[in-house]
Design a protein around this ligand. Sequence first.
Ligand code: ATP
Ligand code: MG
Length: 430
Amino acid sequence: MSINVPRGTKDILPEEMFKWHALEELVRDTCRLYQYKEIRTPIFEHTELFTRGVGDTTDIVQKEMYTFTDRGDRSLTLRPEGTASVVRSYVENKLFGLPNQPIKLYYMGPMFRYERQQAGRYRQFVQFGIEAIGSKDPAIDAEVMALAMKVYEKAGLKKVKLVINSLGDTESRQAHRDALIAHFEPHIQEFCSDCQNRLEKNPLRILDCKRDRENPLMNTAPKLPDYLNEESAGYFEKVKHYLEVLKIGYEVDPNLVRGLDYYNHTAFEIMSEGEGFGAITTLAGGGRYNGLVEDLGGPEAPGIGFAMSMERLFLALEAEGKSFDNQESLDMYIVSMGDSAKDKALSFVSELREHNMSVEMDFLDRKVKSQMKSADRLQAKYVVVIGDTELETGKVALKNLSTGAQKEMTFEEIVENVEQLKLSWQEELA
Ligand code: ATP
Ligand code: MG
């Protein structure tokens, strides 16, 4: 009996790895420009970190966590998201004490959620996210959104929109919360059991319910922007102002609330409008979480961040008919005939690799013809054939596979001209 991957997970095979490498490089490069530094935290944490940090009324904590007891009787959880871990590490390692503030961090790695599998929704997926901790300047809210948009832009996506809202501060949220309870309470029997539970605990989350989305009371519910106090409204205006300064288009959606409990003030999502992207249109989500650092035992340190999954970015690219170029091609394939030629091929391959060329040869004792086929399939830029004649004369015909052009060269000449060969290959193509 064969064993398959667990539901909701998948292998990433070598043939599609180039797009992961390309995206990872794009992400790292963008973070370097914006001065966000990478942080790597463990893949599992104490369960309590997420119940406290993400919030125990959220879908993530109530239904989606991979929680287990280890052999030492500790309750541990595979991380479902990145912010709680980053904030834990920020507090534990006292990053608030470092001279350069705010602390700007990014992470990239697998997250785990027990979800119903569908396109764009997996049980293990890779998130890239950033966190800026230690500043409540609305300009950094704009920078965080700009960075997310930049990643999609560089990846080649065109049909992307930024949707923002303000959840306000504690006072504004309290006023809105009271209004929500008054609005939903008389009709709460029409709603799902989750919403009934949410009514007292966290009525805001009713607006985020996926089952009761179509209920008419959703549209007539009290809107957050109407409950913002002066300070919160002023903050939101500044965030919008800085987005305009950065020339980033956005839409305000007064019903946008985020799945996680810890958000306040700025909340945003980035959506794909690519046709064929399917029902799940959210590419990224983020927001401000003033208070979370204190909740996790740190000093007062306001933060903001976002997370996106790489998988949904790839889906959106597909929906727009785009893809990354495969840059990971082969520089040269060495074909050989006979035992002495094989010795020479082996040492020549190794020498070229010393000079930074990616080189391949035959390891199946195949005929010249099928070695040539391999070179083609691997899209080698150059191919050389080594046989008895070449061994005697010390010269080979260097063939550019894309143009068909050939040139006689000695082995030494090839090695000496490695850099130039790489360049002229591209020139000949152009
Ligand atoms: P959704 O409403 O789609 O469930 P969410 O609110 O749970 O999203 P977040 O926790 O904010 O999502 O995660 C941020 C991003 O991570 C999402 O916008 C999406 O790109 C991605 N993401 C979330 N869950 C999954 C998943 N199960 N598989 C793939 N990507 C995911
Ligand atoms: Mg979710």
